[in-house]
Ligand binder design. Structure first.
Ligand code: SDX
Length: 396
């Protein structure tokens, strides 16, 4: 027994397992990566430092950081053949459909040279995936826009490189604004890992069969897409825009009444959490980031941000939400920040997948490195028909 969970190596790949990576106290609203509070990491470190921490268990010293950044930088390009996978998609395909395909397609270039039980292979796979996800997300975006792909530039930092690949064109360079780059980098940090959420458990279970890490991460991308999970940031922004169309702040009461009506099936997207029964610490940091970005862009009176804060205030004072311990989660404000940066709504979950890739890999590698791990094989409690004989069809 380890605390709340029964530790069984056979379950290393599923929800109830032991880990040293991320700690969440849902009642206190506390989140630690390898013991460091998310508030400190989000304000004092950058995303690649956080990646190093999640992968190796310690924050890097200056030399370790330089070496790690160089390794990631030198793997940001993808095989030229990858662009032919994109051509098979309609231009208006959802970016998460494209990303599920592209990440799985990476297997085609590396699976035969990757033995997941080899620690060196696990490490280079981690570097390749962290390095290539921004390139793939930017390619998915450019493809949807009918614009040419922008190649990564090794002289740029990880997040600046991503934003340039997204927004530059051969006709016009993109000069990343430091505040926006910092905001994007903070979004990556806040989404980097989150214990045994649905997509992480998917990656562990998939990887426990010994499949290559690219295929296991592709399974995580597919699971994250769902609106109850990573798709909630897109759904939360669409919800705010719908309320805005209804009449904005004046219509919050009407919308909240629909949410409280069970028959409506309407949820307050970006609210509630399987573990947090208090304020998601990431949501607080995301709201602060909103202020910074909107003020920088002279959008301090952004109607959607004001609507989000008014909706949050109403919900936090409403017995329905208070009694059910429903608080804003990471997805409630992240869409407003990303929209202000210029990220299209349809790409929000792909950005979440980009950021979560390091957490998925760290959790996968932790499982595979455990000599006792076995393929995940959860059982079911059978409550179906008792044993019976087949009758000839003319007797049925
Ligand atoms: C993420 O697991 C992770 O860590 C995930 C994540 C990560 O980093 O990986 O944190 C990312 O997925 C965040 C969650 C994003 N999803 C959303 O914002 C979608 C909206 N939220 C709901 O779907 C819901 O809150 C869940 C699924 C997230 C959590 O559900 P819970 O905590 O298990 O709560 P529940 O489904 O048992 O609901 C408890 C009650 C129910 O009412 P009653 O049956 O008791 O009357 O609260 C209601 C629910 O109907 N409820 C909501 C609600 N969430 C729960 N009612 C209105 N709006 C909501 N958002």
């Amino acid at each position: 027994q380890t605390g709340m969970f029964t530790y069984d190596p056979g379950f290393m790949s599923t929800a109830s397992c032991q880990s040293t990576i991320t700690y969440i106290d849902g009642d206190k609203g506390e989140l630690l990566y390898r013991g460091y509070p998310i508030e400190q990491l989000a304000t004092s470190c950058d995303y690649l430092e956080t990646c190093y921490l999640l992968l190796y268990g310690e924050l890097p010293n200056p030399q370790q950081k330089t070496d790690f950044v160089n390794r990631v930088t030198n793997h940001t390009m993808v095989n030229e053949q990858m662009q032919f996978f994109l051509r098979g998609f309609r231009r208006d395909a959802h970016p998460m459909a494209v990303m599920t395909g592209l990440v799985g397609a990476l297997s085609a270039f590396y699976h035969d040279s990757t033995d997941i039980n080899n620690p060196e292979h696990r490490e280079i796979s981690a570097i390749r995936l962290i390095a290539k996800m921004p390139t793939l997300v930017a390619m998915a975006y450019k493809y949807s826009m009918g614009q040419p792909y922008m190649y990564p530039q090794n002289k740029l930092g990880y997040t600046s490189n991503f934003m340039r690949m997204m927004f530059a064109t051969p006709c016009e360079e993109y000069e990343p604004n430091d505040v926006l780059v910092r905001a994007m980098d903070r979004i990556f940090i806040l989404h980097a890992d989150h214990e045994q959420n649905a997509s992480t458990s998917t990656v562990r279970l998939c990887g426990s069969s010994g499949t290559n890490p690219f295929a296991a991460i592709a399974a995580g991308v597919a699971c994250l897409w769902g609106p109850a999970h990573g798709g909630a940031n897109e759904a939360a922004l669409n919800m705010l825009e719908d309320i805005q169309k209804m009449g904005g702040v004046a219509k919050i009461g009407e919308f909240v009444s629909k949410v409280k009506d069970k028959n409506s099936g309407i949820k307050l997207m970006g609210f509630g959490h399987r573990v947090y029964k208090n304020y998601d610490p990431r949501a607080k940091l995301m709201r602060e980031t909103c202020h910074e970005v909107l003020d920088t862009l002279g959008l301090g009176n952004d109607p959607l941000f004001k609507l989000a804060m008014a909706l949050e205030k109403v919900a936090l004072e409403d017995e329905y939400f208070v009694s059910r311990k429903l608080y804003p989660n990471v997805d409630f404000y992240s869409g407003i920040v990303q929209r202000a940066i210029g990220i299209p709504v349809s790409l929000f979950t792909a950005i979440f997948a980009l950021a979560r890739t390091v957490g998925w890999i760290a959790q996968l590698n932790e499982m595979i490195a455990d000599p006792e791990y076995k393929i995940g094989r959860p059982r079911q409690l059978y409550v179906g028909a008792t044993k019976r004989d087949v009758q000839p069809i003319d007797k049925r």
